[in-house]
Design a protein around this ligand. Sequence first.
Ligand SMILES: O=P(O)(O)OC[C@H]1O[C@](O)(COP(=O)(O)O)[C@@H](O)[C@@H]1O
Length: 264
Amino acid sequence: MRPFDDTPLARDGKVLILAYDHGLEHGPVDFEGLAGSEDPARTFEAATHPAVTSLAVQKGPAEAYYPSYEDDVDLLLKLNGTSNLWMGEPDSAVNCTVDYAHDIGASSVGFTVYGGSNHEIEMVEEFRDAQEAARARDLPVVMWSYPRGQGLKNDTAPDTIAYAARQALELGADVAKVKYPGSREAMEHAVSMAGRTKVVMSGGSKTTDREFLSSVKDVIDAGGAGLAVGRNVWQREDPTRILDALEAVIFDETTVDEALARAE
Ligand SMILES: O=P(O)(O)OC[C@H]1O[C@](O)(COP(=O)(O)O)[C@@H](O)[C@@H]1O
């Protein structure tokens, strides 16, 4: 296994994953606010920004669009996913194997685990198969570590996010993608629970530039490796502008004000 910093997922030890699996996870509603955002080519284009360390998509968009971008984009293939049409306890169908992901050009893989769901046992067993296959191919593994289910009252409570980060370490993920637990202190706790597993924040629904960049800054200050973000980038009219600001906060460790100025 390569050191994490030598993998395409990281740049200078930091991570900026652009996520575009929402067409499956949330459906067309996520594209309604911005005409053209439903076109995967637009987000593949955004992912050519030098700050983006990889683009996370499902198998279909990877097959159809990645061949046109393989020289400029690192592909993170999401191996499971569920539509919002599913009304049951949180679960995620495995729709791609590690070998297939590797064959179509992925340099890393992603997998959702809903800790606390009634389906946690099966999901963790599926994760085991994917994680071991990824090790055999030397592909880093990102766990979308999202505790949720009937029994869980608050899926972003600090203790819950710390557990999500720890679960990713225990199960052998290289990166834990977790929701923002609300403060820098809570993120520090999650980062310490994750040990050598890198922690990245999940972007969340679109907010103002300042609010979004401030949460990213908290993550970096807390020792997090960076961000895996979707809507806060590609739901903006100009994804390049916010990616310039993210590059400043994540890789150059600037203040939010400096990052905003750089994006003017
Ligand atoms: O399960 P949720 O909370 O609805 O969000 C799932 C979505 O959030 C992500 O994990 C991150 O995307 P966002 O930055 O838009 O929140 C996506 O990969 C995924 O489609």
